[in-house]
Design a protein. Structure first.
Length: 195
């Protein structure tokens, strides 16, 4: 009986020691993380889950919307532009990369076109809040013909900007959330060819 008590006491001492060591090693990190937006844990868990599976950072940090059956790239493009316009989001650029590569190489390319969207006032507010956000501007949606011949739309997961660090100021959060909703609508309607 005495041996069991001694073993349990040793386990207790080791557990307390591990707790003290863990807190001294990671306590500040834990406090910092707890000061982040309440949804930060959820955002990073989703990213980590995708990263474990794919092992590719880009794949873990984007939204993907596959085209519905029968939707053409022309249908998708028209739908995307209509939705953006209806939601007061400017189309500020189009990069027909597959056409450019074909022009340079003379070799046929799978379709790849990048559409750039921007709400200039919100972009200005975001950069005023933190200049590093400028590297994420403007919002982009890529239309890609994949290796199997199917099409999909890709865009950066904006939840990292909205929830990944400290909470954004309320007015900025409201405007940035509207940009997120618009980009998701552009992708959803575009992939469905929904006019």
């Amino acid at each position: 009986m005495r041996l069991i008590i001694n073993i349990l006491a040793l386990v207790g001492v080791l557990a307390i020691g591990a707790g003290i060591y863990g807190w001294s090693k990671f306590g500040d990190d834990y406090k910092t993380f707890k000061s982040f937006d309440p949804k930060a844990g959820e955002v990073y868990w989703e990213m980590w889950t995708k990263l474990k599976k794919s092992r590719v950072t880009a794949e873990a940090t984007v939204w993907v919307k596959e085209f519905d059956e029968g939707v053409t790239k022309e249908d998708a493009e028209e739908s995307m532009k209509l939705v953006a316009n209806d939601m007061n989001m400017k189309i500020v650029g189009e990069l027909p990369l597959s056409e450019q590569v074909f022009a340079e190489t003379g070799k046929p390319q799978r379709y790849l076109k990048i559409f750039e969207f921007c709400d200039a006032r919100t972009a200005r507010m975001m950069v005023d809040y933190n200049v590093f956000i400028s590297a994420y501007l403007p919002c982009r949606v890529s239309m890609v013909e994949r290796k199997d011949g199917t099409f999909a739309l890709y865009s950066m997961n904006m939840d990292m900007i909205l929830h990944g660090g400290e909470s954004l100021p309320p007015e900025l959060f409201k405007k940035a959330s509207r940009v997120k909703e618009t980009i998701l609508a552009v992708m959803e309607k575009g992939a469905a060819g929904d006019f």
